[in-house]
Design a binder for this molecule. Structure first.
Ligand code: AMP
Ligand code: MG
Length: 485
């Protein structure tokens, strides 16, 4: 089979692409292949499983004309600017056109050191790559824009972390890998040379790929800023509605397309608490669940700063335009979140004031009682069907909750509509850890079962009770995730 890999990024933006090759792979063995995604991309799953297919999936044998490259970008990591980050252990293989005519990046993670590797070994272990696979598939099933995992291939090479682990390469598909950090990198070039050409080409590339409507606007770069603010406000609202904690919202991990990217230290919150943090290095709680909308705006402000020379020749005017655009974020975010919350509460068609503002009335109660963020809405649907006992049993201040419940029921919530938007099965931390430990030891069974469960998150299935249950409180309270593993 011949696959058509394009080299659009490398041709449009050679300054942001270092031609590079994947490292040798001793003994590639397929661990998991995303067959529906492969078909969507016009790739034959049987061929991908073949020796030639595996060599494509680890980057050691590419079609003629392919121009693999490590991408350059900058980024604010925990608020501190790093001028040169880039793909330290990743490669863009090229772009594919999927069955719907959309251009998608084919990208590898764990494919060896690149010139951006700094002190890193360029490698990835099986566990974290399977983690990205299962969580990004869960996100996709939850209708949240995300990069997708096409395959995880074990390399047969050891990876040295705290212990020796089996190595793997993740093949990932994304609308693109353009990040806020890509623009920060190009803006730095402008600051150093006074030449705005690279930044303009990058912005034009982003408009053509992701926000083509902006091309017709009077000020196309302002329209690009508006469009990215809109997709990110919508994305983060969706994260908040499902209890997703990204964990490392550095500007290099925020896409221009509006897809979720970088599944290093992310995790789903269980008991509702805005201060929820899982990442071992996020000691200040910068990327806590409840801070995510504010951090998104902070990152978008860095994006707007990078775009300033394109917004207007007059600096003051450019700043004014950027500020006006940024000021729409909160409203867009609130609109997305409120609409999603109304759906979660089964009140989509109801007037906005059918129940009091959940932010002031419901969330403090969920927090006080640390109610499971996922199961709460399923229990609530059960209450709408007549049995309020399961949900009532979760609250410490029962009188306050009963008062809220009575008002909510009076608004006539639709329990079936609720179950269509509120997942029953999410990749809970204890289940993910259990699946990854087994996979690292050679048993993919628990991983495959978990993957199957989270791919159909809304429909209750008999026999899957344990997948719906929260982890033990002691496990969740001490659970930690790690970056770059
Ligand atoms: P992340 O935390 O995954 O967003 O990664 C931040 C930066 O560190 C990126 O430039 C990565 O390419 C780089 N990086 C992470 N892990 C490694 C590794 N094992 N080897 C080389 N570079 C890495
Ligand atoms: Mg990253």
């Amino acid at each position: 089979m011949s696959i058509a890999l394009q080299d659009r990024f490398v041709r449009d933006l050679p300054e942001l692409a270092v031609p590079w090759r994947a490292g040798a792979v001793a003994d590639p063995a397929l661990l998991v292949l995303n067959e529906p995604l492969a078909v969507d991309l016009g790739l034959d799953p049987d061929w991908l499983r073949s020796p030639d297919g595996l060599r494509l999936l680890v980057g050691t044998q590419l079609p003629d004309g392919a121009a693999p490259a490590a991408q350059a970008y900058a980024g604010h990591q925990f608020g501190g600017f790093v001028p040169r980050l880039g793909d330290g252990r990743a490669l863009l293989l090229g772009e594919l056109v999927d069955a719907r005519g959309r251009e998608r990046d084919l990208h590898l993670k764990g494919s060896g050191r690149t010139p951006f590797a700094r002190g890193g070994d360029g490698l990835a272990a099986i566990g974290p790559m399977l983690r990205e696979y299962v969580i990004s598939e869960a996100m996709h099933a939850l209708h949240i824009p995300t990069t997708r995992a096409l395959a995880v291939v074990a390399t047969g090479n050891p990876v040295y972390r705290e212990t020796v682990l089996p190595g793997a390469v993740l093949a990932r598909v994304a609308a693109s890998h353009l990040r806020v950090g890509s623009f920060q990198y190009a803006a730095m070039h402008w600051q150093q040379t006074g030449d705005v050409d690279l930044l303009r080409r990058l912005a034009d590339h982003a408009i053509a790929r992701h926000h083509p409507g902006a091309a017709d606007a009077e000020n196309r770069y302002l329209a690009l800023l508006d469009a990215v603010i809109a997709v990110q406000a919508d994305l983060v609202a969706r994260w908040m509605l499902v209890g997703f904690v990204h964990g490392v919202m550095n500007t290099d991990n925020m896409t221009i397309s509006g897809e979720t990217i970088d599944y290093g230290p992310c995790a789903f919150m269980e008991g509702f608490d805005p201060q929820t943090v899982f990442s071992s290095i996020d000691s200040s709680g910068r990327y806590a669940y409840g801070n995510q909308p504010a951090v998104a705006l902070w990152n978008l402000t860095r994006f707007a700063e990078a775009l300033l020379p394109l917004l207007d020749q007059d600096v003051d005017r450019a700043v004014e335009l950027a500020q006006a655009s940024l000021s729409t974020f909160q409203e867009r975010y609130n609109a997305g979140w409120s609409e999603g919350m109304a759906a979660k509460l089964g009140l989509s068609g109801a007037p906005a004031d059918a129940v009091a503002d959940p932010v002031t009335d419901l969330l403090p109660q969920l927090r006080q009682s640390r109610v499971d963020h996922t199961l709460f809405y399923r229990w609530l649907a059960t209450a709408a069907r007549g049995d309020a006992e399961p949900v009532r049993g979760e609250f410490i201040d029962l009188a306050a909750f009963d008062a809220w419940l009575a008002r909510w029921r009076a608004a006539d919530p639709d329990p079936d509509a609720m179950d269509r938007v509120n997942p029953l099965y999410i990749p809970r931390n204890h289940l993910v850890e259990e699946a990854l430990s087994a996979a690292t030891a050679g048993d993919l069974g628990p991983f495959q079962r978990l993957l199957d469960v989270v791919r159909s998150p809304f429909e209750e299935r008999p026999g899957l009770e344990r997948y719906a249950e929260p982890g033990a409180r002691e496990f969740t309270d001490s659970f930690q995730t790690f970056c770059g593993t």
